[in-house]
Design a protein around this ligand. Sequence first.
Ligand code: SF4
Length: 692
Amino acid sequence: MTEAIRTTCAYCGVGCGISATPTGPRSVTIKGDEAHPANGGRLCSKGTHLGETVGLTGRLLHPMIGNKRASWDKSLDLVAKKFRDTVDRFGPDSVAFYVSGQLLTEDYYVANKLMKGFIGTANIDTNSRLCMSSAVAGHNRAFGEDIVPASYDDLDVADLIVLVGSNTAWCHPIVYQRIQAARAERGTKLVVIDPRRTETCEGADLHLPVKPGTDVALMSGLLAWCDQEGVTDPAFIADHLNAPEGFWEHIRTGHDLWTTAKTCDIAPALLEQFFKLFAATARTVTLFSQGINQSIRGTDQVNAIINVHLATGRIGKPGAAPFSITGQPNAMGGREVGGLASTLAAHMDFAPENVERVGRFWAAPAMATKPGLKAVDLFRAINEGRIKALWVMATNPAVSLPDANRVREALEAVPFLVVSDIIADTDTSVHADVRLPAAGWGEKDGTVTNSDRTISRQRPFMALPGEAKPDWWIIKEVGRRMGWRNAFAYDRPADIWREHARLTAYQNDGARLLNLRAQATIGNEAYEAMEPFRWGGDKPFEDGRFSTPDGKARLVLAKQMDLQEPLQQWPMTLNTGRYRDQWHTMTRTGLSAKLARHREEPLVEIHPQDAGDLDICDGDLARVQTAQGNSIFRVAFSEGQRRGEIFTPIHWTDQISTGGRTGLLPRPLVDPHSGQPGFKLTPASIEKVATE
Ligand code: SF4
């Protein structure tokens, strides 16, 4: 009997522990890890069926230059030479990496070190930009650091949980199960704020179907209500918060119940019910995800939520916190090593002292001194001819970025494109000059950090297939071939982990920020045996001190977006999101026949009355048109859609199957603070497609 290996799920930011028992060279039995704090043995459908996705169908097994198989030596030499020549000729800002929350922390660390410390530019951004960068910006504005001030344990002791912009039942199913357990065992109340009536609402006490884009108005209205009803905490406000000039006048003007209800387009009685419940419940967790973050006002929306928690003193206490939940398995680990173009390692920004400190630690020859291009701007820079060499790691921007037709033009136009991935032909890699075969889930070895800051090991239980190599190995080999042999002399992931931990200790000087000092001298065996642990403590801000210069958190004057602007001449708005049983662009979940049964094709959901007005029937094919492009979907009537709004799923690609392509449709507009694209609100139209 083969021993079970304890590892972590490949998919979402819940970060469930998995017990994997190999049953053959490419087969495995999957169970939930009962000892893991995130899931206690539970798994959702995606995690349960991971075993169906470890076969070699579609795998990239050898390095490829063009369409010809090549040796690792030749391929790595070519990548190193092209990046070196491009930097020599056009400067460091002419090259870029676009990486992924699928990378392990060790992979992310090496990629960032190579780009920001040695190549000399911060043009390394990640698909996590599309996932949680508004939360990062909101945390930094409010707390002076990027830390999620909550954990899953808070869900077990809260009396009220408010889900904002989150179809938790489908997108973070184990968190949803935990919430439902709290409802059953403790009578915890659940409120869902979402324009759509999703499956999450079925287990809720209250659903507020707000007009899309009105979250700032809603949260400001809630704060005004708390202020008026004496629910704010004057002592906490005086001792622990700073407010910008005019903040309270702004909240107290135009945010009464009636005005807020009108702006949010919901019944005043329903809104009042929520406000009263919130006001009466000190132990409240407000959990939010993409409906808040993926907006051109994402950061203000995040801060509007945090404002309410700060002003009511609902932070730093059991069961009371704002809680941003991440989409990807290692979005948080990426934040820790500076995986965003706008950050340095260990959550630092590009302040000169931080640049100097990281540069000294790395003995970096060409330290980047300013933030690089964020995802949407990065691909725009390619279209403008400013980026000449691009390396895409473990992600599929040809499908996942907004205005995907322009992204595809960029991938075709960039003079040198490298893609490292597990899949041979993705919509992105078909444009590549060089394809490098990477290790996949079950082969990778390293760490990930989930939404509540719990660091867990991902452990391998299968041999690397063909000539596939771990991402950290591929990146460090390119670094060594570019001339930095000693700086990239890692033999194993534990070497990188120790260096990352040393850097966090070196920069922290004992402050509360991510500090892995105890991990800096961990031995190889101890790294192997590492148990899940949470950084930042169980209750950040318990002492009422924040990481701003004066120790006070900041209330932020959040601005409600202009709701007239998005529509202009378009009759509908398009919202996008996920299905329960698919993950991102389906490169892995698309391999599972059982998962495919849940939804066999992408559907455009529309309210039956809107469809009737347009002479569209349930099951018809319809073209969804935006200013960026169009795509054809099968129509599904849904009473859960608001009038005037349609919804499509993000997953389907040209390489996987036929069906609607959501990525072609959204606008490439971003939040000004975070650079996160606004996927949730695109002006659109829909018309029936005539069939024979
Ligand atoms: Fe995996 Fe997320 Fe499902 Fe847990 S909830 S099993 S991490 S997909």
